[in-house]
Design a protein around this ligand. Sequence first.
Ligand code: V47
Length: 430
Amino acid sequence: LTTDSLEDIRSRVAAGESLTLEEGLRLYQSPDIFTLGELADSVRKRLHGRRAYYNVNLHINYSNYCILRCKFCSFYRPYPKLEASRAAGFSPRDPKADQTDPAYASTDGYELSIEEIVDRARAAYARGATEVHIVGGLHPKLPFSYYTDMCGAIREACPRLHIKAFTAIEIIHFTRIAKPRLTIAEVLTQLREAGLNSLPGGGAEIFDDRVHDEAFKTKVGEAEWFEVHRTAHELGIFTNATMLYGHVETPAERIKHLLKLRDHQEASLRSRKSHFNCVIPLSFVPDGSALSHLPGPGGLDDLRTLALARLMCPNIPHIKAFWIMQTPKLAQVSLNWGVDDADGTVVYYDITKREGHGTTHQELTVDRLQRMIREAGCTPVERDSLYRRVIRDDNTWSVEGEPWSVPYDPSPRDTDGKGNSRPVVLTVSR
Ligand code: V47
């Protein structure tokens, strides 16, 4: 930490100029966290006033089987048949490979059937959800048709539910498992035809070769991540962008990551049909991962990083604090530090489980989201996945500017005596 005065940066932010890596580092290293917050808040206010966005969504993680072994990840499970077969000396392509050791039944790996996924989406849609966010591990066996069928079945059951699904890493995986192999544009087009609406921002981690080799060596890197998002933007598919911070990266590597997102956005805004809607800095949760010896970011580091995302990427409209990782309390504080979006109700989340105290049920009701936003001095605005205003009355919702409306089952108020409405989904079968 330095005793640097930030006055020159203040005037550059006020003039709407793009900050450099050195300026980003000075902001990050300054003990004057209040000026950092004030500057980030000034950009946030210029773009959004006092509005703070949330949505009514449901996350579905379709499977935790994954062919990768990223060190920061506590979600993946080895695919049992494949692992057992390998241990027994079979190659994965050996026809006898799947008939080996029955011990594989003992892992807590899972994969959801399409019916289960549709049942969850349908239940959330009936309760008024506007978005389903679907991601999972790189499954070694499921065919590409599983993913197109999943989108198609949800689209049929829930015509207006926005399907935000599959990180860039999954999209690259699909190009490889499709028979015959497909290009990124072909995969995205087929998914879109089946019902996909947008891509979430996951899988970006930190765009740096050193960090890549140390923490997620076997995952496809920066070039492929950007290629998927560039192709999506060329096709007119909106996407988000994440940054997983607080593990083995340096502050300079974090800031460079944000600058790469800013550069990509500039090109998309200039010449492509769509662009990034938001940046989501994800606070590393060490528990259960191969990096569990690391402490993970503290609250001030979270605040600094969220504020920096706002300041380094003024051309990306929204900065989201994903409360599952930053915690609802810190997400609330961050609404005055550059953040304008609190994500949504979420309901079930498998990738990290801190807020669920070890379970996958991690939910904020709409009442709690609104209260958290109001307590921060902001005005809650329900948005759809493309940040259009959602208009809700007692039993229908619609999107500003759209002619249609969707009936839903209105929540009885105050079901738990604490001012909370009924959750979006009450139970899941697993
Ligand atoms: O890609 C994995 C990260 C991401 C850990 O687009 C971890 O609106 C913290 O991308 N600690 C998935 N993070 C989540 C994601 C996301 C979440 C919310 C909204 C949106 C959006 C996208 O979670 C992964 C990875 O970067 N992750 N393990 C961990 N231990």
